[in-house]
Design a protein around this ligand. Structure first.
Ligand SMILES: [Zn+2]
Length: 200
């Protein structure tokens, strides 16, 4: 009886380990907030996070890896009242970045390390929060993935097929293996969640 229990326990531990290793998807749970004057519903945030997930998970060009990250919204979209909803200075940026929450939606960003009128996203590199404006729906997933990449320490890569390309475009959906490692870092794993047999 003792022997059988021991074998069963060993089998269970080996199986559980194998499942954890196969279940490579890493979940990144992001709290999402908006300035009180800007708009973003829970459903819209979900759609953007799903789009960002698809961008990272889908290998589209040579050198692009299927990066098994799933973004999820952590709690409802909440509002904040700090500032005017426009980022016009380093002080404005710091004040919004310092607020609790990971994603901060504002109406305008005219400062990102310097005065740069009309940009669509800005993040500290690395950091634990980023600011974005609402943008063309089909590109918002790329935008959020890009700014998230900055918070994980990634810089720009001048390649129109790269998520980390400094200029946004529909072709910019690629991440290489080094970038994927940064996106995966710190994410939680769950049992029985697979990612198309990919192991990166
Ligand atoms: Zn950037």
């Amino acid at each position: 009886m003792k022997v059988r229990e021991s074998r069963w326990t060993r089998w269970f531990l080996l199986s559980a380990t194998a499942i954890v290793m196969l279940g490579c998807t890493r979940f990144q749970e992001l709290t999402v907030r908006r300035h009180i004057t800007s708009s973003l519903t829970d459903a819209e945030a979900n759609a953007i996070l799903l789009n960002a997930t698809t961008v990272l998970k889908t290998a589209t060009v040579p050198g692009d890896v299927a990066c098994c990250v799933e973004f999820e919204r952590d709690g409802p979209v909440t509002t904040f009242t700090t500032g005017t909803g426009s980022i016009n200075s380093g002080a404005d940026f710091s004040a919004v970045i310092a607020l609790p929450g990971y994603v901060k939606v504002v109406n305008a960003i005219n400062w990102c390390g310097g005065l740069i009128p009309g940009i669509i996203g800005c993040a500290p590199v690395p950091g634990n929060s980023f600011v974005v404006v609402r943008f063309t729906p089909i590109l918002e997933g790329i935008l959020w993935a890009h700014e998230y990449g900055h918070t994980k320490g990634l810089g720009h890569r001048n390649d129109t097929t790269a998520v980390m390309n400094p200029f946004i475009g529909i072709t910019g959906m690629g991440v290489n293996s080094a970038e994927c490692s940064a996106f995966l870092a710190g994410g939680s794993q769950r049992l029985f969640r697979f990612c198309g047999g990919q192991t990166n």
